[in-house]
Design a protein around this ligand. Sequence first.
Ligand SMILES: [Zn+2]
Length: 343
Amino acid sequence: MKVFSDQDRQSQHDPSGFLVNGVMQPNPETPERLERLLDGVASGNHQVQSPADHGMGPIAAVHTPAYLKFLSTVYERWSRIPDATPEIFPNIHPDSRTASYPLSAVGQAGFHITDMSCPIGEHTWEATRWSANCAVSAAKAVAEGESMAYAMCRPPGHHCFSDLAGGFCYLNNSAITAQYLRKNHDRVAIIDVDLHHGNGTQGMFYRRDDVFTLSIHADPSRFYPFFWGHAHEVGEGAGHGYNLNIPLPRGTKDEGFMKGLGDGLHHVRAFAPSAIVIALGLDAFEGDPFGGLAVSTAGFAEMAQMLAKLGLPTVIVQEGGYLCDELGDNLHAFLSGFEDGLA
Ligand SMILES: [Zn+2]
């Protein structure tokens, strides 16, 4: 299948740290992830291409102007602060997101960044923009007739809301993809199989009935992102009934994961989408450093076959999945499994 990746540009984002249990640790969302994922792609019969520059239109279709202005300008403004650090971490947050919008870089960082996992460095915006270009290029390929395409997005996107970065994510690539597909499709479903709940994606479509959002993930009662991803969150207003969360107990293995996915796919079929976006986190793997669920490498192939059986035009968007020996193998298993499922 067609694969879109821009390793040089996407690798420029190299965050130093994130806060874990009160301690600053090395940030696991490293450029090396791309090397491992490219190794996985090289194991299959895929055509790797550089994405085109699609400009700001597809991004601005789901993100607010203020947020995009913030992302694209804040580093330069932050750098003018005497003794500023080389990366932006927020040190203040509003008590509610309806609070007044500040002019200062420090204040805006607090408004637009929800946690301590996504510092903004000199090249973050450029890398993030090209990660999104991978998603749009894959969506365009499918819109023009490919049955499937894979976007090697990094940094990932599904924790990012319309105006709020979080969980290593700055632009929501899966949401950008779904919105792009809406040009040709009345109903699009996003199926998120990342270890973590796709809270940003849920938030962006929570009041809409044209994009169905399904997320299968480790139970957030005691796991990131904590405040979203619970089964009672079903959408609001016109979107009531168009969001489905399937939280799984920690340590769930293949059998439990596939049962959850099978249940979710019943709802997706009932929604009758004509295209799907798969938010492909590989961090549900049993050997992933986050250690939340226990899907095997063979499990990723099985998961992909189940998704391929929907028989719909599909854009696969990379989300999480962190450094472990099997990261490339797991991607290869998924992409091969998807192609096998179509056959
Ligand atoms: Zn994740």
